[in-house]
Design a protein around this ligand. Sequence first.
Ligand code: ZN
Length: 172
Amino acid sequence: MIVVCKLRQKWAFALFSTFFFLLTACGKPAAGPVDQAAEALGREAQSLSLGWLESAAHEASTNEVRQAIEDVQNILAASNIASPPSAYSETCNDSKGRFTAAFVTKAASDIYVCSASKRLGKVFLAQVLIHEALHLGGITDECEVTRLEIEIMTSAMRIPYKNAYVTQCGLD
Ligand SMILES: [Zn+2]
């Protein structure tokens, strides 16, 4: 629980990052170990974020944000929440002790939830899913995704947590 305590003390530093892989692959990747609890949490977070997006749609400050919300709604509603395929088993934990909550690949429309997402809980994960859905919409630039992620969260009257990109992108 040290990680969670640190997170509360220094919430400006997200202790995980989200990854987007520009790898291309053919066919369906081999399944990895299934974390049913993480998948269940991911689906709860998916419902939660779809609720946020519904209210955000009425509050968008610009047409760009309104369009991004609509895109994310459609993508997230159609996304399958799954455990990572075996080829990405290293993606969830890096050598620096940081962890990834969720990630997407170019090869599929699935959103993969890591076991570590259980440490974050549903509310954090719901924002992460919005981030990942923006990637699935074709935006690869992390700063651009993070900027829209914050706009969407603000439109949904939520106080966004700062992911690992906020500071490096100059968004705080
Ligand atoms: Zn990202």
